[in-house]
Design a protein around this ligand. Sequence first.
Ligand SMILES: C[S@@+](CC[C@H](N)C(=O)[O-])C[C@H]1O[C@@H](n2cnc3c(N)ncnc32)[C@H](O)[C@@H]1O
Length: 285
Amino acid sequence: MLAQVDSGSVDLAFADPPFNLGKEYTSKINDALADHEYVEWCESWLTEMIRVLKPGGTLMHWNIPKWNLLLGSFLAKRLTFRNWISVDIKYSLPIGGRLYPSHYSLLYFVKGKKPAIFHPDRLPIACCRHCGGELKDYGGYKDKMNPLGVNLSDVWTDIPPVRHSKYKKREANALSLKLMDRIISMCTDESSLVLDPFGGSGTTFVAAELLGRRWIGSELECTSIINRFEELESDREHLEQIQEGKNTLFTAADLKRRAQAGRPISKSYRIARDRSKDCDCGGRG
Ligand SMILES: C[S@@+](CC[C@H](N)C(=O)[O-])C[C@H]1O[C@@H](n2cnc3c(N)ncnc32)[C@H](O)[C@@H]1O
């Protein structure tokens, strides 16, 4: 598929390949290659992904640190490194004699010196899930906080593993819609072209479709993608919820918790959006 894509045509090339951990895939691929074979295989399609990127286009590669350490150095010789984003998700059980693997690595590179498109989301202040209180004390800086939220860093702790049956599109491997919304929103504009060669359950394609981007991709076993596109409404609702929770200093849910706890948030904060309609605190937050 990649060989048929025009050079310099893609705005965002994203890949979430099999990790060579000996997993069983519906597509029956061999997920237990020798280390050097796996790395060579990844390098072959990464080379194609680089070719099809526009100048200023973004390449993002999702993998475990073991592979991204090697593939990152391959990419750094061909593209400009931006970030190693650590996404805090536990992906296996604790292993004796080793540290508990608790982050995926998301490599972020651009073709050329700087990205053509870069508009990272802002995040709400992290609050207690019970009382809505801020987890960090912003002290005298509350009035200096951007009303649209906190700057996005290279450590993402708010991406849920896909477990909830309502949103789980496939038994294994599906990425969170929130992750793909963040990546696509950051690195593309409406009608940009998004490419993902490892479709899986179609999370990238669904996010791109719902965000009004064009997309192209491949997958060896497409049944779950086809089924998912036939019921796009549940993903649409989910995406709306995700978008409600970003680019704002406080989420409606946190304002509601604070109001219920009888402790409205400090008036020093500048709130961008009237969220009184989103929750039942009557605008007191
Ligand atoms: C980790 S999963 C991707 C999951 C996806 N990001 C999602 O959110 O659902 C990797 C996928 O790559 C597919 N795959 C493996 N080799 C492939 C190939 N050569 N061409 C296309 N797809 C391939 C597998 O069938 C598997 O579904």
